[in-house]
Design a protein around this ligand. Structure first.
Ligand SMILES: [Zn+2]
Ligand SMILES: [Zn+2]
Length: 165
């Protein structure tokens, strides 16, 4: 969301409240890169700095780390950010030009740092079968039995060979 700050002054804060779809970067095991984001807060001006105090609520569709199923998570968190129209070396301060602040890069960056390290559809997710790939939460397969049978068969064969020698 690009916010026009023409009406913002030392004596007049600017309330913001909006909802939009933001595209999250790759690399987070996302089912869908588009996240619905709600931002509610206030912009304040102090000297040359503008501060944003806001509350972010977002619905994100991830993939379960184990079974890859779609998992919806709601992340909610407060943010406090500083913007300046004067370029500085301080990487905590967001730069903006003219009378408009594009909040999206700042909001996306905050969402990314709130994404949990581990995403599971369920604490007890059984994951996918390593052999046939079926989702073990939804179906059962005989893969494990086959392995045991194979191993047993090999042992039996060895035993047979020993006896025959
Ligand atoms: Zn799962
Ligand atoms: Zn299997």
């Amino acid at each position: 969301m690009i916010v026009n700050i023409t009406s913002l002054s030392e004596s007049e804060d600017l309330n913001i409240s909006y909802e939009e779809l933001l595209k999250l970067p790759d690399g987070y095991n996302l089912f869908d890169n588009n996240a619905k984001v709600k931002v509610e807060g206030v912009l304040k001006k102090h000297n040359n700095l503008i501060t944003l105090d806001a509350y972010v609520t977002t619905n994100i569709y991830f993939r379960c780390d184990k079974c890859l199923a779609k998992v919806e998570k709601v992340l909610e968190f407060p943010i406090k950010e500083v913007f300046s129209s004067i370029e500085t070396d301080d990487d905590e301060i967001w730069f903006f030009k003219y009378k408009e602040i594009d909040l999206d890069p700042c909001i996306i960056s905050n969402i990314c740092s709130e994404i949990p390290v581990k995403i599971l559809c369920n604490e007890d997710c059984k994951g996918l079968c390593k052999i046939c790939g079926c989702n073990l939460n939804l179906e059962n397969c005989d893969c494990e039995e086959v392995i045991i049978d194979d191993r047993f068969a090999v042992l039996k064969d060895l035993f047979k060979d020993d006896k025959e020698v």
